[in-house]
Write a protein that binds this ligand. Structure first.
Ligand SMILES: *Cc1c(COP(=O)(O)O)cnc(C)c1O
Length: 458
């Protein structure tokens, strides 16, 4: 037997390294300073023959990887759709690891289950979604889409007299899945997981919003298979929201299940100032969102929300004689995993810390910064904002595609901020996604200064 490893020492070192990282975020360049090979060289690739004290391991890890980290939690990281970590969520996440609860079973961890129950009710209340819906705490938007669409698939086939759990999909009538042409790629991915194949694409307007008349026409086109319609709250390029009221009405007239992918946009529903964007969304059957985007809890956390808890349970539950199951329902029956981290702790902590007004202010601040970016970019000679900036996403172009790509490259080389490129409506764009609680007006100004310099130099 070796010495007993010292938890206190390792945790103290981790605490110190974490504070150093957080305190250097405002000043450090956003892109990483070291390559994968350089980090491996600093770590050492050899598996040691014997033990190392955890404290030394923490020091080695922090020392070796830090130069290879992107400052994603920086207030000037505007790539992809990446939230920061609100301090209450980060601290709760540390406790989540220390407590190390397997959060699947209600009676085995009453503490985790209680927080799961409370956070579930708060999420529904804040978003104005039907009380009594089930909320599963999953890893992210992709798995939230998966979880909801598993319930959708099984429910629409059950209504058509087919038991997916008993017979699988082979021999069933099949399921039509209709989505707007600008859906997020994770929708296609989860349809593959679910054995449903590629979706049918419905035309969208200039901002990427589904055309409800086209949806209605396709649904009435004579294909009588059970249908699922996937709508979107927050297009990753334009930030646009589908016209929920009309689209949901069309879908429900044809008996379809309506799911909404609102990975970052669903939280528009948490603020009176932006609630009009999700008008009518509460009539859907399921909703997916990320907590690690707009809500700014640490990775990884998504929310799978299903109006009919029995449909979710039917898709996700199992039985094990050795488990201690509760008739009231167990948290694992709302998610694909059996064993699971207690993710509700971080969601509860951020909601408890911000309160109703704090969540609204957070969302309004993100969208306000996006507006400021749009205004700043519009004032740059030769620059053009391509989308209607209704929420947190901005797409800009700087003349032809070659020049836009050059500006994207110059911004990354400069390192003041992270704004990455994409292609939207067949044009190269520079994308700005404002998703971090800590972004300040000064961060926006500094980023615009860097952008002006990049455009001048290109
Ligand atoms: C980010 C995103 C997803 C996927 O979420 P993950 O948390 O990355 O799995 C799905 N849909 C939309 C609209 C997104 O922005």
């Amino acid at each position: 037997m070796g010495r007993t490893p010292d938890a206190a020492g390792a945790l103290a070192r981790a605490h110190e390294h974490a504070l150093t990282w957080l305190s250097t975020l405002p000043a450090r360049p956003v892109p990483p300073a070291a390559s994968v090979a350089e980090v491996i060289a600093a770590l050492g690739a050899e598996l040691p023959d014997g033990p190392t004290d955890p404290m030394a391991v923490v020091d080695l890890l922090a020392g070796a990887v830090e130069r290879g980290l992107t400052a994603m939690p920086s207030g000037r990281f505007f790539g992809f759709v990446i939230g920061g970590t609100h301090p209450a969520g980060l601290a709760a996440d540390w406790l989540t690891s220390a407590w190390d609860q397997n959060a699947g079973l209600r009676q085995v961890t009453p503490g985790a289950t209680a927080v799961d129950d409370v956070a579930e009710a708060w999420v529904l209340d804040l978003l104005g979604l039907p009380g009594g819906s089930a909320v599963g705490f999953v890893t992210g938007g992709t798995m939230a889409n998966f979880t909801c669409l598993a319930a959708a698939r099984d429910a629409v086939l059950a209504r058509a007299g087919w038991d997916v759990g008993g017979y699988g999909l082979v021999g069933s009538a099949g399921v039509r899945v209709l989505v707007g042409a600008e859906r997020h790629g994770s929708v296609d991915l989860v349809l593959r997981y679910l054995g449903l194949g590629a979706p049918e694409l419905v035309p969208v307007d200039q901002q990427g919003r589904i055309d409800p008349a086209a949806l209605r026409e396709r649904l009435g086109g004579g294909d009588d298979r059970p249908a699922v319609v996937v709508l979107q709250a927050g297009n990753v390029h334009s930030g646009a929201f589908d016209p929920f009221e009309a689209a949901i009405a069309a879908a429900h007239e044809h008996g379809a299940w309506v799911h909404i992918d609102g990975a970052f946009g669903l939280f528009a529903g948490a603020t009176p100032a932006y609630r009009h964007l999700v008008h009518g969304y509460e009539a859907a059957d399921s909703w997916a969102t990320d907590a690690h985007k707009t809500l700014n809890v640490p990775y990884d956390c998504g929310l799978a929300i299903v109006r009919d808890p029995t449909a979710l349970r039917a898709a996700m539950s199992m039985h094990g004689d050795y488990l201690i199951q509760d008739a009231a329902g167990d948290p694992f029956e709302k998610v694909p995993e059996l064993s699971r981290r207690a993710r509700a702790f971080t969601v509860w902590a951020v909601l408890r810390s911000l309160g109703r007004s704090g969540v609204a202010e957070l969302v309004e601040r993100l969208a306000g910064h996006a507006r400021a970016f749009a205004d700043g970019i519009a004032g740059i000679e030769g620059a053009e904002v391509l989308n209607d900036v209704v929420f947190t996403q901005v797409c800009a172009a700087f003349g032809d595609d070659a020049r836009t790509l050059d500006v994207v490259r110059r911004m990354l080389d400069d390192g003041t901020a992270w704004t990455s490129g994409s292609v939207w409506r067949e044009r190269a764009v520079l994308r700005i996604s404002v998703s971090n609680w800590s972004t300040t007006d000064a961060d926006v100004e500094r980023t615009l200064d860097a952008l002006r310099a990049a455009v001048t130099a290109s």
